[in-house]
Design a protein around this ligand. Structure first.
Ligand code: G3I
Length: 369
């Protein structure tokens, strides 16, 4: 628990007290409670508790929640003076009610911006937007949201800064400014930089330089989120281990923030394939529409097992592992990069049953005790 703040530890203990069922290791959050938080991203029906089986599963299994979409700019801040807090308020209440570590996702991201932001043409106006946005949103949930993805996906694959609206109008200092604003608006919240593929050497070097620049400016940054959108056909275990070590050496917490493992072919893996070929809805690109074959179920389980072995080896550096969605049926990977496929990236199947991967992962926790 050394990575967690004392306040949150008390909070978590209060949440566990009174529920005898979770005094054992039969749920993820208790199995790993001495190692790291176990989180999930939540979407709207889950926040609204519309599905009763999901509701008890989520509160039993997970000690942390992240808003999958509802805190993104296009939803929470649709106009200059217009904020839409209904869903986000429900999400935060849900987390408080279940004594969970609440993660806000996210404050500054080039994607899913509201149309009014995309139309901003001057640096002053964009700075005004960023200031209002962070002050209003991080300020509203001050003392309630425990950690914020302050800046999301600011880097290119080669480690250079992504040419976003923010970079173009505000220069690369915008990242430091965003962290500074967030630290003032929500002084008790942990502040994170969050990105995908930052386990890969070039992008990792870019992330390290970015984090060092925030630290050198004397601005607070508590952690880095390695998103973890990987494939069972290409698990970057060595690079990930190097990344955990190098990020941790910066004196910050390391988190796996958006974990899911695709079992389907990705278009960009088909080297040499005719680019004009239409893979959409083809049996080749959507090979398991009627169920996950045992061999792939096993491969998925082995992949999760290797990952969690690595996470446990570095549990002193890792504060949270968050899955990007509760179950296979709710995963964004059913619609990306090709729409309407049937993917199986999670520990729970479409009926919320535990998959082989779940069983292998939870077994590791008990071996670890
Ligand atoms: O809710 C609307 C629905 O009303 C409408 O009918 C439907 C039509 O397409 O769209 C629905 O919204 C979709 C939303 O997910 C909710 O399902 C959006 O089109 C779709 O773009 C959106 O995708 C999300 C994506 O980020 C873009 O915001 C995914 O759910 C979400 O999992 C994904 O998450 C991102 C992280 O924030 C950052 N890291 C990468 C990760 C995966 O892309």
């Amino acid at each position: 628990m050394k990575n967690l703040s004392m306040g949150f530890v008390v909070f978590l203990l209060l949440g566990c007290a009174g529920n005898k069922k979770i005094a054992n290791n039969s749920f993820l959050k208790t199995a790993f409670q001495n190692d790291f938080l176990i989180g999930t991203a939540l979407n709207v029906p889950q926040i609204e508790n519309k599905e009763s089986k999901a509701a008890s599963l989520i509160s039993n299994e997970f000690s942390s929640i992240t808003a999958e979409n509802i805190m993104k700019c296009e939803i929470i801040h649709p106009g200059w003076e217009q904020y839409n807090f209904n869903r986000a308020d429900e999400f935060v209440e849900y987390g408080q009610q279940h004594h969970m570590f609440i993660v806000g996702h996210n404050l500054i991201w080039h994607s899913q911006l509201s149309p009014f932001v995309q139309k901003i043409t001057t640096s002053d106006s964009l700075m005004l937007f960023m200031t209002n946005h962070i002050n209003t949103i991080a300020g509203r949930y001050k003392g309630k949201v425990n950690g914020w993805d302050v800046v999301n996906e600011a880097l290119n694959e080669d480690g250079t800064m992504r040419k976003s609206l923010f970079l173009e109008k505000l220069g690369d200092g915008y990242v430091i400014k965003a962290f500074e604003l967030a630290s003032k608006a929500a002084p008790d919240a942990e502040l994170y930089y969050n990105d995908y593929n930052i386990e890969q050497p070039k992008k990792r070097a870019g992330a390290i330089a970015l984090i060092k620049s925030i630290q050198a400016a004397g601005v607070k940054i508590n952690g880095v989120g390695i998103q973890g959108h990987w494939s069972i056909n290409n698990l970057p275990l060595n690079e990930l281990e190097n990344a955990i070590l190098e990020f941790s050496a910066l004196g910050i917490k390391v988190m796996i923030t958006e974990l899911d493992l695709t079992v389907l072919p990705n278009p960009w893996d088909l080297k040499g394939a005719d680019v004009n070929q239409n893979f959409e809805n083809s049996a080749f690109m959507n090979p398991y529409p009627n169920g996950l074959p045992d061999s792939i179920d096993t491969k998925l389980a082995d992949s999760y097992e290797s990952l969690f072995k690595l996470f446990l080896r570095h549990k002193d550096k890792i504060s949270r592992v968050t899955f990007w969605g509760v179950d296979d049926g709710h995963s964004w990977l059913n619609n990306w990069p090709i729409k309407n496929r049937t993917n199986y990236p999670s520990l729970f199947d479409r009926s919320l049953n535990k998959k082989t991967a779940y069983k292998k992962v939870i077994k590791l926790a008990s071996k670890n005790k």
